[in-house]
Design a protein around this ligand. Sequence first.
Ligand code: HSE
Length: 432
Amino acid sequence: MSELVKVGLIGFGTIGAGVAKILLNKTDRLAASIGRRIELARICDKDISSDRGVDIPAGVLTNDLNDILNDPEITIGIELIGGLEPARTFVLALLDAGKDVVTANKALLANHGPELFEHARKLGRTIAFEAAVGGGIPVISSIATSLQANEIESILAILNGTSNFILSRMEQTGANYHDALREAQQKGYAEANPAMDVDGTDAVQKLSILSQLAFAAHVNWKSVSRVGIDCVDAIDIRFARELAYSIRLIASAKRTQDGLELKVSPTLVPCSSPLAKVDDAFNAIQVVGDFVGPVFYQGWGAGQKPTASAVVSDVIDTALGRTAITSASLRMWSGDRPALAVRDAGEMVSKAYLRLIVDDKKGVMSVISGILGEFDISISSMLQPEKEAVDEPTYMIIMTHATSQRRLQEAVARIRGLDFVYGEPVCLAVQG
Ligand code: HSE
């Protein structure tokens, strides 16, 4: 008879129901492969009457958290309610009650990681969080364990399934932004507040968690340069395709001599790049280590089943005592390692895509290219769709060679003020 490990689950939403499906329906298979019998002893939620498509044995559902906290046989608590409070209070209470914690809550870790990990360490407990980044992709355990021999040089990733779903749907089917977002919500990819998905917050929080692990650095997610996909118009997706690029919300982290470069922004990715082929709610992460070179991970970044897969893998790792390694790798979150400087966004350098609406008349292009030249910005290509009417405004697309964000923003501020330029110029980073 295998050793019994009892688990309490807090939060019976989409992911919680997925976790219950695995733990209740695959008990025997898990016991056979890991040598422990994992029992979902309690599920706590405010709503214990709605049907979640999974049969729960009598006596398991409760709306009293104390049924988990006060049961000494429950040794692992899973937090799946999301958000900051009461999730933070519940995680601290689980730790105080002597339980190891599994969470999928990246916002909680990004905001309160130092406090929670410090508390867990003091009590000799662990916090596992594979599901917090990359949905079902085992990237946390991979960076924390399998790549330990390496100094990580960079991370280039698609970390938000909802944004990726929206951008790839708009590209493939011509769907408009709002219809694509609604579809992502219906499929259960988006956060309760989808603004966090589309404004880049979710991806920034995930990037900051990956960076803490990869670079052994404190990273305050609020200091990471962030642009959401809400500035991307269908016309930009079309022009990008004409130029042989796809637009993706790219999260990047790079160790440089001047500090860590961290940013999340909609980016033109060459169609030949593997990241351009990442569609739907898939996530992808390329990690470059000094010995291993580039390693590429891809998988569903959101949704019930992939996220539940990651949560249950943490439950198993915790039951087997393996999560201590990841917790130890996060010592920097307790402040006992020096912080690496985060580079000012204005100093970061990349190629750029600039989309303007301008009067279609002589001299316009020369004034704009003159301003770019004044700021030492070199044009690599230009595109202006040909049309019949000469006295109507037209689009002008300018691709630049690598330039600093600061110089680009200063040049764009000058261009925006010209009387033959209309609306807000769209400025996107270009990979490569
Ligand atoms: N809302 C997230 C996403 C999934 O769209 O990627 C959970 O992290």
